[in-house]
Design a protein around this ligand. Structure first.
Ligand SMILES: C[S@@+](CC[C@H](N)C(=O)[O-])C[C@H]1O[C@@H](n2cnc3c(N)ncnc32)[C@H](O)[C@@H]1O
Length: 266
């Protein structure tokens, strides 16, 4: 195992300080120079706010790339009070190497930005949301961050797959919710449509770009079906295959629409 691979393994939790001793506050280092396309500093502030507010014991992150957002999330989770059993961040990506520079491992920036998290970090770079939703325990996650394939209908499908893992009423943070406006050269609408059309509670991140936000799941997931069915009818920017889509209950009607659309070869 190389030093980098070793650094990317879940870090052991260091021994607790004796009662009464105070631990130094965690500090987060800067992103390394080689990083591209990571969550910018203002949006990282929104991630920290959401983690602080919802204090998840278990969180998932879909889309890691360099690992900048993983480092921010680990830092935010470590600032929360200790809980029995500790806290966990599951970070998943489909690529073991950075999509913009294969000489860097996915998640590598964590080793320099935030090298010794107390939160357990489980990084899997050979998994997508469909498989994650079939491997983790149902309702075991309190907060999710989706920053993966932004082409419609992927953000919607990722969110629907994630619902099986999330507690009722959980929040899902979405990145690049204003991407086509912030970067007109990158006209990719999936995350923006998902956020803009979300019919339930949602909040947009502060800052001029408003390129990050969060949506709250309804307690009864069946209420998402009409919204998802309507969004799935929009022009697809990057068609999934049936292998990629195995929507959990109660989204069978949406799965049927996806299957019909894929079989039509759209
Ligand atoms: C914009 S980058 C993530 C940036 C990262 N969140 C940050 O702020 O540092 C998107 C990542 O999503 C990954 N990805 C694309 N499709 C995916 C999928 N279906 N499931 C999981 N990860 C995916 C890509 O390999 C890429 O590394």
């Amino acid at each position: 195992m190389t030093a980098t691979e070793s650094a990317l393994q879940p870090q052991p939790v260091p021994p607790r300080a004796p009662t009464g001793a105070s631990l130094p506050p965690p500090t987060l280092g800067p992103a390394p120079d080689w990083v591209r396309g990571a969550t910018p500093i203002g949006d990282a502030g929104f991630l920290i706010e959401m983690v602080t507010k919802h204090a998840p014991a278990t969180m998932v992150e879909i889309g890691v790339a360099s690992g900048v957002s993983s480092a921010v999330l680990l830092y935010a989770l470590d600032r929360l009070p200790d809980i029995p059993g500790g806290r966990r961040l599951y970070s998943c990506d489909i690529h073991p190497a950075c999509y913009f520079d294969a000489t860097h491992a996915t998640g590598e920036a964590v080793a320099s930005m935030y090298p010794r998290p107390r939160t357990e970090w489980i990084l899997d770079t050979n998994i997508d949301t469909r498989r994650l939703s079939q491997t983790m325990a149902p309702s075991s996650v309190e907060l999710a961050f989706i920053d993966a394939n932004h082409y419609h209908p992927w953000p919607l499908l990722d969110l629907l797959h994630t619902t099986v893992l999330l507690r009722p009423g959980a929040w899902v943070i979405l990145h690049d919710t204003n991407l086509p406006i912030v970067s007109p050269e990158c006209s990719v609408w999936g995350a923006k449509w998902l956020f803009d059309e979300w019919p339930f509670e949602k909040i947009a991140g502060a800052g001029a770009a408003r390129n990050i936000g969060a949506v709250k799941l309804p307690a009864d997931l069946r209420r998402l079906i009409p919204f998802a069915a309507s969004l799935i009818e929009r022009q697809w920017e990057f068609a999934p295959t049936l292998w990629h889509v195995a929507l959990p209950t109660p989204f069978e009607p949406v799965q049927d629409l996806v299957r019909a659309r894929i079989e039509l070869g759209e």
